[in-house]
Design a protein around this ligand. Structure first.
Ligand SMILES: Nc1ncnc2c1ncn2[C@@H]1O[C@H](COP(=O)(O)OP(=O)(O)O)[C@@H](O)[C@H]1O
Ligand SMILES: [Mg+2]
Length: 190
């Protein structure tokens, strides 16, 4: 399986989601980011950084890959969108992020309509706002992911969310909301 995690905008949680997903499902990650933090976090054979001019390799259908892609839609993004089973679009609640997210959806849905929006870094009342803005233009499902230190922990400890949750009861309790939210997304996209 392949999923494309994409937004034109930086800082919305593309890499955090890609890493969490890849660790959870044992996927490799391919990124178009010149300075991807994943190189420091994942073993060499689990991450491929495409250099500036490289196109997306013609991966066999049974390769499990997360494409962690940012920037404006170009040939590589289009290729990744076409070969992916799902397009996950993380967004944050601020005005600029939401405007850019609407533009991102509009462009990428031309190539793949199996789109899931991750309303990320949520504070109180943010979900309703995001659903309203996205829902005014599109019908795609919006999944909440609250603001949580868990994402920093994933980078630090290089462990999946379920591994962190499985460590002890306190971790399971502390991160109970985010674990549930993440699992909802996994249930939807597999
Ligand atoms: N749900 C969240 N709660 C808190 N911090 C988050 C969340 N998702 C991502 N972050 C943090 O926000 C920052 C930007 O996320 P990142 O995944 O690098 O964004 P992008 O890849 O879209 O540029 C990182 O420090 C990341 O750990
Ligand atoms: Mg990134």
């Amino acid at each position: 399986m392949k999923i494309l995690v994409y937004n034109f905008k930086g800082g919305v949680g593309k890499t955090a989601f890609s890493l969490a997903y890849a660790l959870e499902k044992d996927f490799g990650v391919v990124t178009n980011d010149t300075y991807s933090p994943l190189e420091k976090v994942l073993p060499e054979d689990r991450v491929l950084k495409l250099n500036k001019s490289a196109s997306v390799p013609d991966f066999p259908a049974d390769y499990d890959i997360v494409f962690d892609f940012g920037g404006y839609i170009d040939q590589r993004v289009i290729e990744a969108a076409k070969m992916s089973d799902w397009v996950v679009i993380p967004t944050a609640p601020d005005f600029i992020e939401l405007q850019v997210t609407l533009e991102t959806i509009k462009e990428v849905e031309r190539y793949n309509k199996r789109i899931v929006i991750v309303a990320n870094k949520l504070g109180k009342d943010d979900l309703e706002h995001i659903q309203e803005v996205i829902g005014a233009f599109f019908d795609y499902p919006v999944f909440p992911v609250k603001n949580s230190r868990l994402f920093g922990k994933i980078f630090e400890e290089r462990k999946s969310i379920s591994a962190i949750a499985g460590e002890n009861g306190l971790a399971r309790y502390t991160y109970r909301v985010i674990i549930k939210q993440f699992n909802k997304i996994l249930e939807h996209i597999g």
